[in-house]
Design a protein around this ligand. Structure first.
Ligand code: B1M
Length: 211
């Protein structure tokens, strides 16, 4: 549908006011919030994610597209709540204890939201206890841990251990990533999924939810 293509394209260009206007127009034309979210906003963010994976766009473009996505969601949110539109799943994300780098973590959050996930962002310097407590109180589906330092990535093992000691390791999917993290490291510490970039992380999370 033409209006949805226009929303997707404006989002890819990071045109927040246009995205906002077009979302309202689409609703006025009779489309529902879910159609606008999936056919317009998520479609646009999906394309940005694929281009980011292939190095065809870079961090600033993704951040600007995310701002446009948020502008659109602002319009849709009240209607989505009313209509009971369900999130794809619930993610708890954070940069691990001792680590203050958050640019990559924020990109993972953006891509996850772009795929329709509800994301609880614990920020940076997050302890294993905080991940565990939030996972339980929020009844979340997936834990996402980011680390940028070789000295802090080893803390991911403590997070896996905290879930094991609590007896809920088998219920929780633990995803890890960040520049120094590798598939081999993920296997060594007993985490579930490693991805090298934010868009792949969101794809992997969708696969987890699909069972
Ligand atoms: Co820091 N820093 N830094 N730094 N910093 C690095 C990481 C470093 C490689 C620079 C260097 O020496 N060449 C180095 C680490 C060396 C090492 O451990 N081997 C380093 C260091 C040493 C430090 C300090 C210790 C410096 C000091 O004070 N002496 C200090 C540590 C502070 C702390 O955390 N306790 C420090 C501080 C900082 C700043 C605060 C100044 C700033 C962070 C600002 C911020 O994040 N708000 C900063 C920055 C910006 C960097 C560099 C320049 C850029 C990092 C970045 O944002 N990259 C970095 C050098 C470099 O990379 N060129 C460096 C872009 C981002 C998009 O990539 O986070 O890898 P990244 O995310 C990727 C993927 O990894 C993946 O998705 C993203 C792409 O799609 N991904 C995931 C990330 N998380 C994921 C989770 C997933 C899946 C994928 O699943 C859950």
């Amino acid at each position: 549908m033409e209006i949805l293509n226009q929303i997707s394209e404006a989002l890819q260009k990071g045109q927040a006011p246009t995205v906002k206007e077009l979302c309202q127009k689409a609703l006025d034309e009779g489309l529902n919030a879910k159609e606008v979210l999936e056919g317009g906003l998520m479609d646009g963010m999906g394309i940005v994610g694929e281009k980011f994976k292939k190095n065809e766009v870079f961090v600033p473009e993704v951040l600007i597209a995310a701002r446009a996505m948020n502008a659109g969601i602002e319009i849709l949110k009240p209607l989505m709540v009313d209509a009971g539109v369900k999130a794809a799943g619930k993610i708890v994300i954070g940069t691990v204890k001792g680590d203050l780098h958050d640019i990559g973590k924020n990109l993972v959050k953006i891509m996850m939201e772009g795929k329709g996930f509800e994301v609880i962002d614990l920020g940076t310097d997050v302890s294993a206890e905080k991940f565990l407590e939030t996972y339980k109180t929020e009844n979340a589906d997936i834990i996402c841990c980011s680390a940028l330092l070789t000295t802090t990535m080893i803390y991911m093992k403590d997070i896996v251990s905290a879930f094991e000691e609590d007896g809920i390791r088998d219920n929780a999917t633990i995803m890890v990533g960040g520049a120094p993290v590798t598939q081999n490291f993920c296997d060594t510490i007993g985490a579930d999924i490693y991805t090298s970039d934010a868009a792949s992380a969101a794809d992997a999370a969708l696969q987890v939810m699909a069972g």
